[in-house]
Design a protein around this ligand. Structure first.
Ligand code: TMP
Length: 259
């Protein structure tokens, strides 16, 4: 591929200039980080799996009318996306207590929540992505009232849809993180879903066994990360698939069972 201009490098992805104005190429790396990059590692083949899983999920969300930055997948590790101005807020949706919510409030992991909780975190690595409220978001102008409403509304719609999608393949959608971006039509900014949806930013538990099929396997040194991501892809019906199947090896989900 011809040399391209790199626009941005994040912890798990790189953004390159796209073929047309207003587009970017999103490249999925195998790098994994946790706890604000205090823990670093590599999950072989993760980028290929996340590219494919995110393509699938964003395509389905597009189909129910959620506007997203996804245009099309280009190859094993890259997808063409619309260039957006990222809203510096991580929107976390929770159905079951886990992770930081469990720690902060001392509630046992796995406790179902009586209603879905939406939380906001300010994207700032130096500050460790602190939790903020809508008051902070409005006061500091990270998003306006209408944008905040659109993000919360889309987050709930995404949750409803994905909870059903995953339940249908025996997976409990415990929580997940979304990022949104702004696109400009003249002077009018519109909010669309951006970033990725993959086991990197979701908690996915097998409904039967409770087994973790997400990045907590890396965060908590449980092992079997690749097999877990492959299992999610397999249940979504995403492989074997052409030349990718060297990475998406059919046998490996059995290894996960054996662990
Ligand atoms: P938490 O329990 O650590 O707050 O995470 C909630 C969800 O958000 C979990 O599915 C992982 C995801 N998440 C990210 O994708 N990136 C992050 O930086 C953090 C803190 C969480």
């Amino acid at each position: 591929m011809a040399r391209r201009r790199q626009i941005y490098e994040g912890k798990a992805k790189i953004l390159y200039e796209g073929p047309e104005p207003g587009t970017l190429i999103q490249y999925f790396k195998d790098d994994a980080t946790a706890f604000n990059a205090q823990k670093k590692g590599t999950i072989n083949g993760k980028g290929v799996l996340n590219n494919r899983i995110s393509e699938h999920v964003f395509t389905l969300l597009g189909g129910i009318g959620i506007p997203t930055h996804f245009i099309r997948r280009l190859n094993m590790r890259e997808q063409l996306i619309r260039q957006v101005e990222i809203v510096p807020i991580e929107v976390v949706v929770r159905n079951v207590v886990a992770g930081s919510l469990s720690k902060r409030l001392g509630i046992e992991e796995g406790t179902p929540l009586p209603r879905t909780i939406v939380e906001y975190y300010y994207k700032d690595d130096a500050l460790g992505d602190p939790m903020v409220t809508d008051e902070h978001i409005l006061a500091f102008g990270w998003a306006n009232q209408e944008e905040l409403h659109d993000m919360a509304d889309m987050a709930i719609r995404v949750n409803d849809f994905l909870s059903g999608l995953f339940a249908g393949i025996g997976i409990r959608l415990v929580d997940f993180k979304l990022e949104f971006g702004r696109i400009w039509d003249n002077d009018y900014g519109r909010i669309i879903l951006a970033d990725e949806i993959s086991p990197d930013g979701c908690r996915l538990w097998d409904i039967q066994s409770g087994e973790k099929l997400d990045k907590d396997r890396f965060r908590r040194d449980l092992g079997g990360e690749v097999e877990a991501y492959q299992e999610v892809a397999r249940r979504l019906g995403l492989f074997p698939e052409g030349p990718d199947s060297a990475v998406l090896d059919l046998e490996s989900h059995r290894k996960l069972r054996g662990k």
